[in-house]
Design a protein around this ligand. Structure first.
Ligand code: ZN
Length: 171
């Protein structure tokens, strides 16, 4: 279950054991590693060649080459995925979604190295909310997150129970 932290939603955690995280469309996974002699393993020659060319294939060696490149990141294949080095190494990293007022995800954030503010988040319960309509102040527990159409969603507008807009019927 997603949980709201500092205006964004913790939608999950990604476990890392190879010092890398990849962002990609799951529908391309069947192509992963096809162009590599060993798609799921480090192949020394392929990593070096791709690092030198600064072009990375959609494979484990490609991901390694991208994350060992000058930018510590790179695009794999023709936009099949993006691989990035995960901060200082392995661990479990929180993934946050930022929702717009329509409940669509407008940004995705993976935090490898939290800033101090982020680390204090558990104890720091001082965030205050006020109703979008009547401006009554609300605790986080009292807030109902909804769009202007009354669609309950994990997004920007906090409402008190009394002001919650009714869901508009689609014609
Ligand atoms: Zn209200």
């Amino acid at each position: 279950m997603a949980e709201r932290i500092n205006g964004k939603w913790l939608v999950g955690r990604v476990g890392v054991d190879a010092g890398m995280v990849m962002v990609g469309d799951p529908c391309y996974l069947s192509d992963y590693g096809k162009k590599s002699s060993d798609g799921f393993e480090w192949v020394e020659g392929e990593v070096e060649a791709q690092k030198t060319a600064n072009e990375f294939e959609y494979s484990y060696s490609g991901a390694c080459a991208a994350t060992l490149s000058d930018n510590s990141a790179g695009e794999l294949g023709n936009g099949s995925a993006v691989a990035v080095s995960s901060g200082y190494g392995d661990g479990q990293y929180p993934v946050y979604a930022h929702y717009n007022h329509e409940g669509r995800i407008e940004r995705l954030e993976v935090v490898f190295v939290p800033d101090e503010e982020e680390e204090d988040v558990e104890e720091d319960d001082e965030e205050e909310f006020s109703c979008h309509e009547c401006d009554t102040s609300l605790t986080e527990d009292e807030v109902i997150w909804a769009t202007a159409d009354g669609v309950l969603t994990m997004n920007g507008n906090p409402y008190c129970d009394a002001c919650l807009p009714e869901e508009k019927e689609e014609d």
